[in-house]
Design a protein around this ligand. Structure first.
Ligand code: FES
Length: 110
């Protein structure tokens, strides 16, 4: 695994989330209090952008059908609904985050 610089801490003074394009993969970097989480931005159900989702505690809820994911573990905590039927959704990928001084790195499998 290699760590790639994706942002600077000072960027998060004004915003609490950032969408990163890494070699064609969208990664969502979120700051909750002083903890940073990095997850795949695309919902595994039908590709909803979690960047545009609803953030509650340590979870993000997909803006398309409402599936919820734990930002730390990537696990599904709530299945969303399409019409009245619960969707079948998989966990999202998470990435380790490392802070060095003012720089934020994400661990990527190489
Ligand atoms: S696209 Fe995310 S729950 Fe359907």
């Amino acid at each position: 695994m290699k760590f790639v610089k994706v942002a600077e801490v000072q960027e998060f003074a004004a915003i609490a989330k950032k969408k990163i394009d890494f070699n064609g993969t969208e990664i969502l970097l979120v700051r909750k209090k002083d903890v940073y989480y990095a997850v795949n931005n695309r919902c595994p159900h039908m590709g909803g952008s979690l960047y545009d989702g609803i953030f509650k505690g340590d979870a993000v809820f997909c803006p398309k059908h409402g599936s919820g994911f734990n930002l730390k573990t990537g696990e599904v905590i709530e299945q969303g609904k399409l019409l009245f039927i619960k969707v079948n959704v998989k966990n999202i990928q998470t990435y380790p985050v490392k802070i060095e001084g003012n720089e934020i790195f994400i661990g990527i499998e190489s």
